[in-house]
Design a binder for this molecule. Structure first.
Ligand SMILES: Nc1ncnc2c1ncn2[C@@H]1O[C@H](COP(=O)(O)OP(=O)(O)OP(=O)(O)O)[C@@H](O)[C@H]1O
Length: 256
């Protein structure tokens, strides 16, 4: 059950048998543009991981690669040693809000039910078990009162919660979120941050692109700082140092 309204401090919640994501030597191009060059990192469920870097650093590209929405030029992405693309049911991808057609006629419940499609197929029949999972996902994200509302008529924070409910209904362990905090006010940011920490503590791996360096340590226990290449990776407080940030954002390093 996810019902936290606060941002908590501290490290991730690793379990001995946690699922492992490994990204090794990943390179990706758009034509002649090298968007990512030799990216390597590895982590396990139980963590919230921020992708931080300047505009054009490759954050969205890395999320799209992991979601299987574009091909790798080189390298591999594995989930417990298997190609990640062989486990599509494990991946829930939440695009940037600007990439979603909010005018599409879809209620919150319709959206959350879509989380069951990877298991039952688009034309599959909903069982009582599927309906229970959908109800539970809606309930756990406090969306009961909004279940029949069109997704275009939700606030930004409610829209993110609806997409998270879909991911929970899917029973995915890897949640890939593209700039989920963009446009949210402080209370909504705190609510969503607390939810992400709770979802990770329940055994999922949350990876999100993030622009706000101040809130990053409050929400994410791990950070991958990148600018086409990896600048630093590991605990957020050790990654987001002035020296690393200067390197990533191409500023002068003012540290002695
Ligand atoms: N469809 C595309 N065609 C060509 N080049 C692209 C395309 N999408 C992204 N790029 C380029 O790939 C690089 C990485 O872009 P990406 O969107 O992954 O960066 P980002 O870190 O998510 O940026 P932002 O913070 O601005 O969202 C940039 O140089 C960008 O111009």
């Amino acid at each position: 059950m996810v019902a936290h309204d606060h941002i908590c401090w501290g490290g991730g919640h690793e379990h001995a048998d946690a699922h492992r994501l490994s990204v090794e030597g990943v390179t990706a191009r758009y034509g002649q543009v090298v968007a990512l060059d030799d990216i390597t990192f590895s982590t396990v469920c139980g963590h919230t991981l921020a992708l931080v870097g300047p505009n054009g650093a490759g954050k969205s590209t890395l999320l799209r690669l992991m979601a299987g929405l574009m091909p790798l030029t080189r390298g591999s992405i594995t989930w417990n040693g298997q190609p990640l693309q062989s486990c599509p049911h494990e991946i829930a991808y939440l695009p940037q809000r600007s990439d979603v057609d909010w005018s599409f006629p879809l209620t919150v419940r319709d959206l959350v039910e879509m989380g069951r499609y990877p298991s039952i197929g688009i034309w599959g029949k909903f069982s009582r078990h599927d309906r229970e999972i959908v109800d539970k996902a809606i309930d756990s994200l406090n969306l009961n009162e909004l279940r029949n509302r069109q997704i275009g008529a939700l606030s930004g924070g409610q829209q993110q919660r609806a997409f998270l409910a879909r991911a929970i209904a899917q029973e995915a362990h890897l949640l890939l979120l593209d700039e989920p905090f963009t446009g949210l006010d402080l209370p909504s940011t705190e609510t969503l941050g607390g939810l992400l920490r709770s979802l990770a503590a329940e055994g999922r791996l949350i990876i999100a692109s993030h622009h706000d360096l101040n809130s990053a340590p409050l929400i994410f226990d791990q950070t991958l700082l990148l600018n086409r290449q990896v600048i630093a990776f590991e605990d957020t407080r050790q990654v987001l140092t002035p020296a690393h940030i200067s390197r990533a954002f191409h500023k002068e390093d003012s540290t002695p």
